[in-house]
Design a binder for this molecule. Structure first.
Ligand code: CP
Length: 311
């Protein structure tokens, strides 16, 4: 097993071997989750803090449940009800949490680099749960875990990421993880949201959705990140739906075994037709389920690993 990191800050700095180490550990934790007793004592006596300064449903809840399944004590920090509102800095907030013996701090923040900044002075392990438009490493890990489980491999697969790439931390982490593991990545969306500069990351860029999905094994859809866009990036939602929305007609031209993914939250009827989101080729809820095992693996590994014995 190749993992000796104290923090998980991004996918960019991980090797393919480290990514595979997380995926293999997550497979063991998925098996633990299928037992009658789903808890292991790996993090007993440790304190895990969810420091989320931006909204989240999936990531926050699955990190909370993952830490509980590992027998840790869990604190959910609520920004709106905290002294951040009185002007306390992120650094002082994190130091306060560490003074309460936090061992692992999971950070979501609108500012790129916030988790990297905290990792420079905290004794606790820091896990990036999404920093601005930069990276969302555990989302990429659960995505490649899901693809590997369904397709049996990553190497050589054609993966299309369709939507708002420019403002997407999921896209950036996904591109790093997929290319490191040998997938062929195609990016598609409006030219304002999918600039050709992304080709430097080893991806193909196209603005033709039919071309993007024709040979895809996986179609990973992304939401339009209105909250990060400083101006309108396309004329109207209606035009976006007609040019880039995934619907039944478009899906009919995809390979018969092509599967649909989405990190969530989804905007039904915009990037994806409701019938496809709920259809049998959609992995959306499977991704959520796998997120629990992957986050257990990440918490376990940054804490130094050890045994997976049940209580
Ligand atoms: N995919 C994802 O990060 O979802 P949340 O914002 O709900 O955590």
């Amino acid at each position: 097993m190749k993992w000796s990191r104290k923090h998980l800050l991004d996918i960019q700095s991980l090797s393919a071997e480290e990514i595979v180490a997380v995926l293999d550990t997550a497979r063991s934790f998925k098996a633990v989750g299928e037992r009658s007793i789903k808890k292991v004592p790996a993090l007993r006596g440790k304190t895990v803090v969810n420091l989320f300064i931006e909204p989240s449903t999936r990531t926050r809840i699955s990190f909370e449940l993952a830490a509980q399944r590992l027998s840790a004590d869990v604190i959910n920090f609520t920004a709106e009800a905290s002294s951040l509102k009185k002007g306390e800095t992120l650094k002082d907030t994190a130091r306060t949490l560490e003074a309460l013996n936090a061992d692992i701090i999971i950070v979501r923040h609108s500012a790129t680099g916030a988790p990297h900044f905290l990792s420079r002075f905290l004794g606790a392990s820091v896990i990036n749960a999404g920093d601005g438009a930069h990276e969302h490493p555990t989302q990429a890990l659960l995505d490649v875990f899901t693809i590997r489980e369904r397709k049996g491999r990553i190497q050589g697969l054609n993966v299309t990421i369709l939507g708002d790439i420019l403002y997407s931390r999921v896209a950036r982490s996904g591109i790093w993880a997929l290319t490191k593991l040998g997938a062929h990545v195609t990016l598609c969306g409006p030219s304002t949201l999918v600039p050709k500069t992304f080709e430097q990351f080893g991806c193909r860029v196209t603005h033709d959705v039919e071309e993007a999905i024709r040979d895809a094994d996986i179609i990973n859809l992304l939401r339009i990140q209105h909250e990060r866009q400083r101006r309108s990036m396309f004329p109207s939602i209606g035009e976006y739906i007609s040019l880039f929305g995934l619907n039944k007609a478009r899906m009919a031209s995809a390979k018969p075994d092509a599967l649909i993914m989405h990190p969530g939250p989804i905007n039904r009827g915009v990037e994806i037709d409701s019938s496809l989101a709920d259809g049998d080729r959609s992995l959306i809820l499977e991704q959520v389920t796998n997120g629990l095992a992957v986050r257990m693996a990440v918490l376990f590994l940054v804490n130094g690993g050890g045994s997976l014995q049940s209580e």
